[in-house]
Design a protein around this ligand. Structure first.
Ligand SMILES: Nc1ncnc2c1ncn2[C@@H]1O[C@H](COP(=O)(O)OP(=O)(O)O)[C@@H](O)[C@H]1O
Ligand SMILES: Cc1ncc(C[n+]2csc(CCOP(=O)(O)OP(=O)(O)O)c2C)c(N)n1
Ligand SMILES: [Mg+2]
Ligand SMILES: [Mg+2]
Ligand SMILES: [Mg+2]
Length: 330
């Protein structure tokens, strides 16, 4: 069944939550009308996923594309310590795409929006002669000072939430399905690539307990650490032995004769949080995170200077450049 533009919008929006406590007017008008609480600041971020660059038929099912596009946007709100509330979804649709593909994509949007109690309050649909693309804008709010990339101070602890490298390892596995791998590891890595979990609660703990900086890991730990170092005007010294590389990524790396650390440095799309905190604030962060079963690991220290330096177990040092995922490599 072919739908016209308005039928398509009606069909898609009927599949997702469109109302919420702060939604005065949702989809249907020229703009959505939203309210915020007194003392809050609005957070807003947008990102685009495009066929070929962010997904291929063999790496992502339609559901995963919708889920992950929204998850990546919500992750930016998490990195600011905020609460995600509303989402807008713009689609560039190739003319030969089947309606069921878009319905499944929207089921993925619905899944992640429902989990975080977010409403889809608008969007856009256009036809494209190029690949499918999905642009997601997320709005959130916070009543605390937002977590910036620029607040790291010499003496602070550098930390990361959760375990990393698993999305990059998952992509490696999905692109090369003949790679030797334990089937259980394969299933975990696939899940970590296709359905990352934005760290909203972790971000709120970090802002509540006064972390000095934060960023979410989209391009890779190397890239994100360099962003914090440069925005804060400091050097970050990282002990590689402390980096919590996901065990399934370690196993895959070992089986391929690759350094599993490379998945963490350069793989990207983990959507965990990396940041800094004074030793006092870090102790409070650890206590509160532990009480909520959230893993937070110290991986290094902030020093005077610039750039990111890795210290390997044998004591050697190396500069880590920001060579994570880059859409326009120089
Ligand atoms: N076309 C653009 N116009 C204006 N600002 C942009 C544009 N593209 C990216 N930015 C801004 O540049 C900053 C860095 O972008 P990006 O590296 O994509 O951040 P993130 O990894 O958190 O998505 C963000 O604040 C983003 O809003
Ligand atoms: C087919 C395919 N190739 C490569 C990748 C890896 N990849 C694509 S984009 C990206 C980084 C994150 O996306 P980006 O658009 O840079 O998001 P942002 O940093 O703006 O949040 C990575 C690691 C992928 N997911 N799928
Ligand atoms: Mg971006
Ligand atoms: Mg980000
Ligand atoms: Mg990026």
């Amino acid at each position: 069944m072919k739908l016209d533009e308005f039928g398509l919008i009606r069909n898609l929006t009927s599949r997702v939550p469109t109302t919420g406590r702060h939604v005065v007017v949702g989809p249907t008008d020229d703009a959505a009308v939203l309210s915020i609480e007194p003392g809050e600041q609005v957070l807003v971020s947008t990102d685009t996923m495009v066929g070929g660059a962010h997904f291929l038929p063999e790496t992502m099912a339609p559901f995963d594309i919708g889920y992950k596009a929204v998850a990546a946007s919500i992750s930016d709100i998490a990195a600011m310590g905020g609460e995600p509330r509303q989402v807008l979804v713009a689609l560039g649709i190739p003319s030969d795409l089947e309606p069921v593909f878009l319905e499944a994509l929207y089921d993925g949007v619905c899944d992640i929006c429902s989990y975080f109690d977010c409403a889809v309050v608008g969007g856009d649909v256009v036809r494209t002669d190029g690949p499918l693309f999905v642009n997601t804008t997320v709005l959130g709010a916070t009543s605390r000072p937002p977590l910036l990339r620029s607040g790291a101070k010499p003496g602070d602890v550098v930390f990361v939430t959760g375990q990393i490298g698993s999305s990059g390892a998952g992509l490696d596995f999905l692109l090369h399905p003949k790679l030797l791998i334990d089937p259980a590891d394969g299933a975990v890595l696939k899940e970590r690539h296709q359905r990352p979990k934005p760290q909203v609660t972790a971000g709120q703990i970090l802002s509540l307990e006064g972390a000095s900086s934060c960023d979410d890991i989209s391009d890779g730990l190397a890239s994100e650490l360099n962003e914090i170092a440069s925005a804060s005007g400091v050097r970050l010294r990282i002990e590689t032995a402390r980096i919590p590389v996901h065990v399934a990524a370690r196993n895959l790396g070992r089986l391929q004769g690759k350094d599993p650390l490379d998945y963490a440095w350069y793989g990207g799309e983990d959507y965990q949080l990396v940041g800094t905190a004074s030793p006092f604030a870090f102790a409070r962060i650890l206590a509160r995170a532990e009480s909520m079963q959230i893993q937070v690991t110290q991986i290094g220290r902030v020093m005077q200077g610039d750039g990111v330096v890795a210290e390997f177990p044998d004591g050697t040092l190396d500069v880590i450049t920001a060579k994570g995922y880059n859409h326009f490599p120089g």
